[in-house]
Design a protein around this ligand. Sequence first.
Ligand SMILES: C[S@@+](CC[C@H](N)C(=O)[O-])C[C@H]1O[C@@H](n2cnc3c(N)ncnc32)[C@H](O)[C@@H]1O
Length: 409
Amino acid sequence: MNKKYKYRVISLFSGAGGMDIGFIRAGFDIVWANDFFKEAVESYKKNVDQNIVYGDITKIKSSDMPDNIDLVIGGFPCQGFSIANTKRSMKDERNFLYKEMLRVIQDKKPKFFVAENVKGILSMKKGKVIKMIKKDFESLGYKVDARLLNAAEYGVPQARERVLIIGNRIGVENPYPEITHWVDSKKYQTKQGLKKAVTVKETIDFLSNIKLSEDPITLDDGKIIYNHVASTNVYDKFWGRKYKVKQHEVCDYLKIWRDRAGYTTKKVDDHFGYKYTAGHWFRKDNNSGSIPKPSDWWELKKILGFDNKYDKKVTTMIEKEIKFEQSLRITNWERPSDTITATSPEIHINKERRLSARECALLQTFPLDYQFVGSLNVVYRQIGNAVPVKLAEQVANKIYEVLKNEESN
Ligand SMILES: C[S@@+](CC[C@H](N)C(=O)[O-])C[C@H]1O[C@@H](n2cnc3c(N)ncnc32)[C@H](O)[C@@H]1O
């Protein structure tokens, strides 16, 4: 990298480093990164940089991070913010992980920060959540903007919509990159100067006839690729309950028996060796409760001693056909893909398998030679979590320009 200035970056919630690679390409120096997802940290070390610290951010003091920071970046976790969870969302402690980012920004006072999140954050609690987040950052002296960007409009072969919150305390407009590509909709007044969005076919067709392999594969042109492995679970049948069961009735029922047996939720979790699961069995609201699977039901019965009221309804399973589910969709081919998610990617258009990890990584614009560490599902998760490298790079280029101009003035 022969750019003159090397701006110093702290990267939080770095994952496998999709966002970080984009910033490094634009000329930034990631001096400290962090995540508590073990395999993602290993992937990061192998492909991005050794400077990532493995650990829970809530347990790491700002004084243990370097000073003289120009930029803080991070995709703070979004599970707690998802629309499906609105009822408990303000209480969900994951929501407050963005406060960790806030804390680091307050302590390190970077000139800029960039935070990425899911689209749902804009509508959550009728817009109150994003307002709260913006206000919190503004109170630290930052000018803050939040915009929804579609990665496909920036040359990524994926119609992934994400919110980018950018803030600065140097008194400039927050720079967002201009779109470069048009997707197949009528929303553009003019397509002049724009290229057609990159398609899935253009991106991954060259792998269609390459046999899946756990081992590295050398292509005809000498390039080596890794992680061309895929889930072959493409069935349209699954095991489901034969009878309809009202989830909140069962949750209420289990709660009564849990109290009677003198158990706390934690004690139940400890018994099963679960971390959070049991909490969902005793929950009343429809959004977050769940009914135990048959094997858990019988084990629960042993410790709580409940009667037979729901036994048959909960535990009688039959093979059912899946009518429609996102996990069974077939990927787009002549246009950008739908969002690459962290679990069960879509089915390959002409193969009896899901997209391989490598194909997902390419649709996320990770470099061809990036080697992900971990089991297949863990690798899918690292990839689905990421900010597309190419999108991050364009955001980073814009910020780099502003910082450079500021420096030369
Ligand atoms: C959306 S992903 C970020 C992906 C990353 N920006 C990229 O482009 O590849 C969020 C990350 O936050 C991490 N995370 C969640 N809670 C954390 C915590 N308490 N401490 C450290 N990392 C955490 C997760 O392990 C996950 O990798």
